[in-house]
Design a protein around this ligand. Structure first.
Ligand code: PLZ
Length: 445
């Protein structure tokens, strides 16, 4: 038994949040860590298990963020920890392009097995979500001989130069950081709460925009998050993604599903794409794939994945053996079905509870999402005008009371829930009670 398994799955505060040891560490941090790295909650975490974070002062905090969707199978999952530890002792690094190892191949086999793509499927492994996006765009450009990259409103794809150009929000990602990457074009998305359009009508709008402003023949790829993450947990209307995929196919455009946040059991299926009945050409995995270790993948049709030639793709750490061993453990759990089933349970229990809160608190304009990727959009009651101040108050109240919550959305008025899927029904009930309290407290001051 790993000692962390003794951490009880309960919220328990023994000091104010942040406690004295966290405050002291925050002071040390401020001397030497760039302010470019933000902090959602300035408590320093010492240990974690399941859905509970334990800080340096001994407070137990319910994690509704999973380090932004990474520890999907739970913090310090025994299977992941044991696999990574054994690999660390066996061999830590060789570099796949120098001397290969089995676990890289095994991860690629799992990706081929689970990707919602027919025919032969191949992968490359890289370090981060942004690196996966960069590579997918690079491969698509080579494959098509075109340069245009289409992205959607509310998109988030990373913090590198290319990917920060691809994000909807200029600040804090691209504004002030010099020239944007060339040939990136943004089109309207499907956002049912705000546009009221059917999937078909929203797709027609996206396609018309791209045909008029870019022309299909200049597009190498269209990159879409099947459920948008940072942009507000936007679930597109039924039929939207399938219509875009059809148009891409007819026009020789590579459809890239960015499942960095929505993939790997997060939404109750291995990939969120499966909810929407379409086939992308390339699909991107990261975050949850290795249970907390850095790993990401570009997976897709072999014909596309093989088009660039030997030595054109890769990097020193991509597909590191320790990360691959952890990913193999995650795929074992997925084969057993528990993460997917747990994510479906979270949708029922947390989603159901949030809908009850919606009846009580008119500022909740919508409850949306799938699996353990859920959100509530907060507006001025009776309107769709964003209420960021209320979201800030609710997050502050929740954090002070030991529930870690994150925001999302172009206007920061969406509260998102990305707990480890293992979170118990009892912890979910506790989270809901704290949020209910937070709404009531915010209304009274
Ligand atoms: N694509 C859909 O959600 C990362 C951002 C955290 P990296 N989202 C979390 C932050 O503020 O930096 C993300 C994503 C989607 C790509 C990425 C980028 O993944 O692993 O952070 O590079």
């Amino acid at each position: 038994m790993n000692t962390n398994e003794k951490i009880t799955q309960e919220r328990r505060l023994v000091t104010a949040i942040p406690g004295p040891k966290s405050i002291a560490l925050q002071q040390r941090r401020s001397e030497v860590v760039s302010t470019g790295i933000a902090t959602a909650l300035p408590v320093f975490i010492e240990r974690a298990h399941g859905a509970i974070l334990v800080d340096v002062d001994g407070n137990q905090i319910i994690d509704c963020g999973s380090g932004i969707g990474v520890t999907t199978v739970g913090h310090t999952d025994a299977r992941v920890v044991d696999a990574a530890t054994a690999q660390l002792k066996a061999v830590t690094h060789t570099l796949m392009a120098v001397t290969p190892y089995e676990s890289y191949v095994a991860v690629a086999e799992q990706l081929a097995k689970h990707a919602p793509i027919s025919g032969q499927v191949k992968s490359i492994l890289v370090n981060s979500g942004a690196e996966a996006v960069e590579n997918a765009v690079k491969i698509s450009r080579k494959y098509t001989g075109r340069s245009g990259v289409a992205v959607l409103n509310c998109a988030y794809h990373g913090r590198t130069q290319l990917t920060s150009t691809m994000n909807h929000k200029a600040a804090p990602y691209a504004a002030g950081f010099g020239p944007r990457a060339a040939d990136v074009f943004r089109a309207p998305n499907s956002f049912p709460l705000h546009d009221g359009l059917s999937g078909e009508a929203a797709a027609a709008r996206t396609i018309d925009h791209l045909e008029k402003t870019v022309s299909a023949g200049d597009l190498a790829c269209l990159v879409a998050e099947p459920i948008q993450g940072e942009g507000g947990f936007v679930v597109p209307a039924d039929g939207y993604l399938a219509a875009l995929a059809k148009w891409c196919k007819e026009n020789g455009i590579v459809f890239i599903a960015d499942e960095v946040q929505s993939g790997i059991a997060r939404t109750g299926t291995v990939y969120a794409t499966e909810h929407f009945g379409f086939e992308p050409d390339l699909i991107l995995s990261a975050k949850g794939i290795a249970g907390g270790l850095p790993l990401a993948a570009v997976t897709g049709r072999a014909e596309i994945m093989d088009c660039t030639g030997p030595g054109t793709l890769g990097g020193t750490f991509g597909g590191n053996p320790v990360s691959c061993a952890a990913a193999k453990a995650v795929f074992e759990l997925i084969a057993e079905g528990t993460p997917q089933q747990n994510a479906q349970r979270v949708e029922r229990v947390l989603g159901g509870g949030l809908r009850k809160l919606q009846e009580k608190h008119p500022a909740i304009a919508e409850v949306r999402g799938k699996g353990a990727m859920l959100a509530i959009e907060i507006t001025k009651p009776g309107t769709l005008n964003p209420d960021k101040e209320l979201v800030d108050k609710i997050i502050a109240h929740a954090c002070k009371n030991g529930v870690l919550l994150l925001n999302a959305g172009l206007n920061y008025n969406v509260l998102r829930f990305l707990p480890p899927v293992k979170i118990s029904d009892e912890l979910i009930a506790d989270v809901l009670a704290v949020i209910d309290e937070a709404f009531t407290a915010a209304a009274s001051n």
